[in-house]
Design a protein around this ligand. Structure first.
Ligand code: CA
Length: 227
């Protein structure tokens, strides 16, 4: 799955320029004009990295960084006009991962995001039932047995694994496996889940490894999840 980034910047031209350059570098990019929008969206649909301006209307960038850092392990990268060491130190001490001073080089920004994601290390493995889902290797293994999953099946399983047993909506699952999601394709999510269930074999004593949340989505069986 591509790395997902949210750009929080109130200057329209800068926001769009950053978004366009990162999309061209292969990232999946959303944007927000202020910190409040970012916080609200992160609650329902978190991204991997937030690129934030410091001078924002309403909640400041530093407060945003503090708020996001409390909540999750998201990568934080500041892009600001403010070059003075005091501000950079304050941001880094708050838990910001990196700091670039405007004007920035877009190629460097993309490289910094990649570097940040490398430092954060490979995504963890998830165990569900007898299966170990390895995001980096893109495999689901049970001992010597490797599940024969297609790309779409693995992407869907990986998204469920990343959610750690929380319910993931069929819409979100569809977005992850399809470039042009339409409501009518929601059934393809159900079909993929059926195929994954079949390939992962017999249900565990605790029930199906992928559980259905009727009318909403799916989740991995929490009783079967381990570190
Ligand atoms: Ca600004």
């Amino acid at each position: 799955m591509p790395i997902r980034i949210m750009v929080v910047e109130d200057e329209d031209l800068m926001r769009e320029a950053i978004a366009v350059s990162l999309r061209a570098a292969g990232f999946e990019v959303t944007t927000a004009c202020d910190a409040e929008t970012c916080v609200a969206r992160m609650r329902v649909d978190p991204v991997d990295v937030v690129i934030l301006d410091l001078g924002l209307p309403g909640m400041s960038g530093l407060t945003l960084a503090r708020t996001l850092r409390e909540g999750a392990s998201v990568g934080l990268l500041v892009v600001s006009r403010r070059a003075e060491p005091e501000t950079r130190i304050a941001a880094l001490d708050l838990g910001v991962d990196d700091y670039l001073v405007k004007p920035i080089h877009f190629g460097e920004l993309a490289a910094r995001v990649r570097s940040l994601m490398r430092r954060r290390g490979p995504p963890p493995r998830t165990r569900v039932g007898r299966w170990v889902i390895d995001i980096a290797a893109r495999t689901a293994r049970a001992g010597d047995e490797v599940a024969d999953l297609t790309r779409g099946e693995f992407d869907l399983l990986a998204l469920l694994a990343a959610a750690g047993g929380k319910i993931v909506s069929r819409e979100d699952l569809l977005r992850a496996i399809s470039k042009t999601p339409h409501d009518s394709d929601l059934r393809s999510v159900d079909a993929l889940v059926s195929r994954i269930r079949r390939k992962l074999g017999r249900p565990s004593p605790g029930g199906d490894l992928i559980q259905t949340a009727p009318g909403f989505g799916y989740r991995l069986n929490q009783a079967e999840l381990r570190e």
